[in-house]
Design a protein around this ligand. Structure first.
Ligand code: PLP
Length: 380
């Protein structure tokens, strides 16, 4: 077989994606930021940069040089984890290289054979992936429907399921910006002796007292595990899994993505720890973001759109081509707004995902909605 022929099936897949307006390509950032998850504008924070350069100058290595279980366990990792446990109100915390790995790690390690994972149907791809790769049974429940979660657990018990259920949700959904009914979900978890695994990716730093997240009053419970990503509002990268100490010890012993990977950069641990300080010390960032959310909601409603009530504002267009065309029109006018298509979102719900951050002021938000009103012919 010639070298060319070896590549044919990949080319055919890409052509198929292009035919369905689903071909993705990379583009570098340009235009006003309505696309990043840098909600509090921390990625370029001078205080964060200063903390990292001071640590670097003081000899903190760039690379961890090995697994946490070998020589890669730096004091900076341990300092971050102690700070995070204290900050979020959990017994312990464990630092992972990314939120994707954190979700995958937890779901392939903690739910055991004979357990049941109940995923909200809209949880992030990394949770789906981890559940699928793990040993537990997996079912999906209708989005934000605690009754459907309850039904799934009852049905599994009736069929002879004897292990522990794991309920997996996000607190603020990444593509819809809506919130989980946490009170109802923890009640279901308690009723069934189940664990609740909560992904705070888009809420950490933004909501709750001192930015501790929407699940702040559930942290510290024996049946709650939380994932806080560091690459969104915290402006760094990585993720902190907060959990009872015994579960963190179990992850250190049994979690293959933790054991068999080079630890995250110690400098990133310094950045994440500093970001937690900033989030606590500078509440005005959350207040300014709330102001932008209120303004965007008002402008969205004036266009007949339902506001999500958060910094993630989906503008559902429907078909892939129209969503991408609308995004391109706005990009051409200087707004970095990205179209999101299946499989990231359900079929027929291609959308613009407008993300509000402190990288843009009120004038920028108003200008975006002025432009959207003019380009609205593409919307349903
Ligand atoms: C809800 C949710 N969980 C997890 C992740 C993965 O986090 P990270 O980007 O740090 O890998 C994301 C990021 O896209 C997310 O939106």
């Amino acid at each position: 077989m010639s070298g060319r022929a070896l590549l044919d099936r990949y080319k055919a897949t890409l052509s198929g994606l292009a035919r369905k307006d689903r071909l993705r390509t990379l583009s570098t950032r340009s235009g006003l930021d309505f696309a990043s998850n840098d909600y509090l504008g921390l990625a370029r924070s001078p205080r964060l940069a200063e903390a990292v350069s001071v640590a670097l100058a003081a000899g903190t290595p760039l690379g961890a040089t090995g697994s946490r279980l070998l020589r890669g366990n730096d004091p900076e990792h341990e300092t971050l984890e102690a700070k995070a446990a204290d900050f979020f109100g959990a017994e312990r915390a464990l630092f992972f290289g990314s939120g994707y790995v954190g979700n995958f790690a937890v779901l392939t390690t903690l739910p055991q054979k004979g357990d049941l994972i109940v995923l909200d149907e809209l949880v992030h791809a990394s949770a789906h992936e981890g559940a699928r790769a793990g040993r537990a049974d997996v079912v999906e429940a209708a989005h934000n429907d605690a009754g459907a979660v309850d039904d799934a657990i009852v049905a599994w018990r009736v069929m002879g399921g004897t292990g522990r259920p794991w309920i997996v949700v996000e607190t603020l959904y990444s593509m819809d910006g809506d919130r989980a009914p946490l009170g109802e979900l923890i009640a279901v978890a308690d009723r069934h002796d189940a664990f609740l695994f909560v992904d705070e990716a888009h809420a950490t730093g933004v909501y709750g007292p001192n930015g501790r997240g929407l699940a702040h009053d559930l942290e510290g419970r024996d049946n709650v595990v939380v994932l806080h990503t560091c690459g969104k509002a915290l402006g760094a990268s990585g993720a902190l899994v907060t959990a009872p100490g015994v579960l963190c010890d179990y992850l250190v012993n049994r979690c293959r993505p933790f054991v068999y990977a080079t630890a995250p950069s110690p400098l990133m641990a310094v950045a994440a720890a500093t970001a937690l300080d900033i989030v606590a010390d500078e509440p005005d960032r959350r207040e300014r973001l709330a102001g932008l959310v209120a303004l965007a909601a008002k402008r969205a409603e004036a266009l007949g759109l339902a506001a999500s009530g958060s910094q993630i504002l989906p503008i559902v267009v429907g078909d892939n081509a129209s969503a991408m065309a609308l995004a391109q029109k706005l990009q051409a006018r200087g707004f970095d707004v990205r179209g999101i298509r299946p499989p990231t979102v359900p079929e027929g719900t291609a959308r613009l995902r407008v993300s509000l951050t402190l990288n843009v002021g009120e004038a920028g938000v108003s200008a975006l909605f002025d432009a959207l009103a003019q380009e609205w012919e593409y919307a349903p």
